[in-house]
Design a protein around this ligand. Structure first.
Ligand code: NAD
Length: 353
């Protein structure tokens, strides 16, 4: 066996259906006297329900979380946090809301209880991205890792069908890259393979029966495993491309992951035979990149960068930016091959790998 390094992040995880009922007990367990509940405007009602559930342990609701954690929103939230006398936060939502909770924790060291409602996976990472004057910066610090995560399958029942697939593909991408990143190790590979297998199988079932609690539970469990892969593993070409495309052309996060993943995987496939073997088992297909493309397409998700609004003449620029900052990738980055990969992703071609 090859030597390896595995870094596990400490977090308490409560998983199941109706687990939100444990919220007050978990808040108390962390010694939080009053918690400020965070969410986005569309999820305000879910936030209000938690305020009610917390009763005397609630410090009110801040429902202004938004994409990319803008610093001005964080500043308003910090003001609300101090004004309310809160000593901790409860974040209910996707990566945007969880990002706001992390931004508050970064500045106050407060404990966080997180109830994820999408599959993006931020709750298992020490990564915080923030935007100021249009510039997004990302850093890693243990300070932002949530102490307690309550996965309640019930919240995912309201995820719209297409968002279920795009958010699911976002999760799968974390596990795919964990299989071949520089930090790859046998423990994460176990989680990655099982996470992908659970998600691929259950996403199909959820498309047919969105209210199937067992299938939804499998997707959420798979998403948790994939989130651990992001938190404890590494990334490569796929995440780099998504970062470049999102930043340069203002493309939506989960949709960009959905479109790019099959193509980034096809690019790396010749260089990562062990990862491909694991992905063949997980997808039940000899061509796992094509199988992932099919998951997106059959779920009605976008499959081309063109559909996301990227201009065709942006391909050249994206290749250039990608090559400017070298980083680990199992297959060396070559301009022509990268251009072909991005052109296929732009056009929405089904990869043959
Ligand atoms: P999001 O949090 O922006 O959610 C998109 C929209 O869907 C929001 O309006 C949200 O309120 C709504 N929504 C979420 N769950 C819902 C549900 N169950 N039912 C109905 N509506 C729901 O999107 P996301 O994809 O979860 O997160 C993307 C953001 O998270 C990006 O900014 C990304 O950079 C960040 N992110 C960070 C990390 C990290 O480790 N720091 C990891 C992954 C993603």
């Amino acid at each position: 066996m090859q030597p390896f390094i595995y870094t596990g992040h400490p977090a308490r995880v409560i998983f199941g259906v109706g687990t939100t009922a444990r919220l007050s007990a978990e808040v108390e367990k962390l010694g939080i006297e009053k918690a400020l509940v965070l969410t986005t405007p569309p999820q305000k009602e879910q936030g209000e329900a938690l305020v009610e559930l917390l009763g005397a342990r609630s410090a009110g609701l801040f429902a202004e979380a938004t994409m990319h954690t803008p610093v001005n929103v964080t500043e308003r939230a910090i003001e609300a946090y101090h004004r309310s006398g809160a000593t901790g936060v409860v974040s209910i939502g996707g990566g945007s809301t969880i990002g706001l909770g992390k931004a508050i924790a970064l500045r106050t060291d407060c404990p966080q209880v997180v109830l994820p409602t999408s599959y993006a996976g931020s709750e298992m990472t020490t990564i915080i991205g923030q935007t100021e004057e249009g510039r997004k910066t990302t850093r890693k610090t243990q300070k932002v890792l949530p102490e307690t995560v309550i996965y309640d399958v019930n919240y995912t029942l309201t995820l719209p069908p297409v968002m279920t697939v795009t958010s699911g593909m976002n999760a799968i991408a974390h596990a795919v890259e964990a299989l071949y990143a520089e930090e790859a190790n046998p423990v994460l590979s176990l989680m990655a393979e099982d996470g992908i297998a659970k998600m691929v199988a259950a996403l199909g079932q959820v498309q047919e029966r969105p209210q199937d609690v067992d299938a939804r539970a499998d997707v959420l469990y798979g998403a948790w495993l994939c989130a651990i892969c992001l938190g404890s593993g590494g990334v490569a070409l796929h995440h780099k491309l998504c970062h470049v495309l999102g930043g340069s052309f203002n493309l939506p996060h989960a949709e960009t992951h959905t479109v790019v993943l099959p193509h980034a995987l096809a690019y790396n496939a010749p260089a990562v035979p062990n990862a491909i073997a694991a992905l063949r088992r997980a997808t039940g297909s000899d061509t796992p990149a094509a199988a992932l493309f099919d998951v997106a397409q059959s779920g009605g998700a976008p499959t081309s960068l063109r559909d996301l609004g990227m201009p065709e003449d942006g391909i050249e620029r994206a290749v250039q930016i990608t090559l400017e900052n070298p980083y680990f990738n199992p297959r060396p980055l070559e301009a022509d091959a990268l251009k072909a990969t991005l052109s296929a992703a732009w056009a929405g071609d089904r990869p043959n790998a």
